[in-house]
Write a protein that binds this ligand. Structure first.
Ligand code: HEM
Length: 390
């Protein structure tokens, strides 16, 4: 076992652009496991899988120490054995059956956003669609009023902007604090309201649990906050990258319009290559060896999903979209913390593309899209498209 080589390869310095390949090369080049500053990076698929499947060594709870001091991030920053208890309650609310029940409502929501700009012949995807729809979907899931969308969008905007790796692990900016407090207050009111007036939604469903397993208000708040943290910017980013890829590749777009059954394969490939969460944090609870390298106890570790997703056997280049020869990906994480919202995210992306193409089959870039970077979630800032008005 060797001690880790120290490099000056920092996540925030990666040359991230609309094409992520150069940044992933940069992060993978120093090796499977290496140290940069105080942080250890695990970049190989095998190493990432090892960390994901050994939560007793790679703790999520310790990785989020900074934010967790403010609120318990359920289930994201909970280690075993408590983690399983929370997931048992939450999983049914996010399963395929629940998503089928929500589908018609979500389709109508995304269609209304597209109908609003389709006649104008242009749109700025991020503002007109990609930020609005996922927030509305979470409000639907939680059973919160859609009229609250503009206010929630404002808080969420403040919460996410300038979120770097360091901030994900520790310090938050004044604006982030202000917006998270406002959001906490809002959610607290809504939880109290649902206790008195339950409905057919996630908050009411969890509040209905009684006895020893009943959740406290703090736990409810921690869970709602994580859904906002994990379920908004990620889908926003993925909407942007799906439409960017298709605006740049009319042949691929025509293939998908002719055969919508292939949309799910396209979505998985976009997530593999442009996954919004390119890295996830952990902290070690003991000394551990990964790929022959010692990672000491009490170390911050970054699992680089973006590099792990570019490993695999394939006859074509792993850096390009291939609908036929797909590589399974880790864009939704793995192990016990695998994304709770995976079915919702996939449904949102499929519905968005189906409705977009039904109304706007032909579109192209109006100008060069801009990527917001560095950021905890890799996303486009703007994506302007033009198309024949319809
Ligand atoms: C394309 C969209 C999405 C991507 C790429 C994504 C990615 C991820 C990843 C990589 C993790 C693992 C984090 C870790 O290992 O520390 C995760 C966890 C999680 N995601 Fe997602 N996510 C997406 C959408 C959503 C949505 C829509 C929701 C909910 C509405 C959601 C809720 C969660 C929650 C609650 C966790 C924590 C699960 C646990 O700790 O047990 N995500 N997600």
């Amino acid at each position: 076992m060797t001690t880790a080589a120290v490099h000056h390869t920092y996540y925030d310095d990666a040359p991230m652009g609309p094409d992520r390949s150069a940044a992933m090369d940069y992060l993978r080049r120093p090796g499977e496991v290496y140290r940069a500053g105080d942080v250890y990076y695990i970049t190989s698929r095998e190493g990432v899988r090892y960390a994901q499947t050994h939560p007793e060594i790679f703790s999520s709870e310790k990785a989020f120490d900074g934010l967790s001091a403010m609120i318990q991030l359920i289930p994201l920053a909970v280690d075993p054995p408590d983690h399983a208890r929370y997931r048992k309650v939450l999983d049914p609310f996010f399963g395929p059956k629940r998503m089928r029940e929500l589908e018609d409502g979500l389709r109508a929501q995304v269609r209304a956003h597209i109908d609003a700009f389709a006649p104008t012949g242009q749109c700025e995807v991020m503002a007109d669609l990609a930020r609005k729809f996922p927030t509305q979907a979470i409000l639907t899931l939680l059973g919160l009023p859609h009229d609250d969308l503009p206010q929630c969008l404002d808080w969420i905007d403040g919460l996410f902007h300038s979120g770097t790796v360091e901030q994900a692990n520790g310090e938050a900016s004044a604006r982030q604090m202000e917006c998270s407090m406002a959001l906490f207050g809002y959610l607290q009111d809504k939880i109290a309201h649902k206790r008195a007036h339950p409905g057919d939604d996630l908050i009411s469903g969890v509040l209905a649990i009684t006895g020893d397993d009943a959740w406290t208000d703090e736990q409810m708040l921690g869970m709602c906050f994580v859904l906002v943290l994990a379920g908004l910017d990620t889908v926003t980013a993925a909407i942007g990258f799906c439409l960017l890829r298709l605006a740049e590749d009319p042949a691929l777009r025509r293939t998908l319009i002719a055969d919508p059954a292939r949309l799910p394969f396209f979505i998985e490939e976009v997530l593999r290559l442009d996954g919004p969460a390119q890295m996830v944090p952990r902290a070690t609870t003991q000394d551990v060896e990964v790929a022959g390298t010692l990672i000491p106890a009490g170390t911050q570790v970054v699992l680089v999903l973006g590099t792990a997703n570019r490993e695999g056997l394939r006859s074509t280049n792993v850096d390009v979209i291939d609908l036929d020869e797909r590589i399974t990906h880790l864009a939704f994480g793995g192990g016990i913390h695998r994304c709770l919202g995976v079915h919702l995210a996939r449904a949102e992306l499929r519905l968005m593309l189906e409705e977009f193409h039904a109304r706007i089959p032909d579109y192209r870039l109006a100008d060069t899209p801009k990527l917001s970077w560095p950021a905890a979630v890799v996303s486009l800032e703007t994506l302007s498209l033009t198309f024949p008005p319809s």
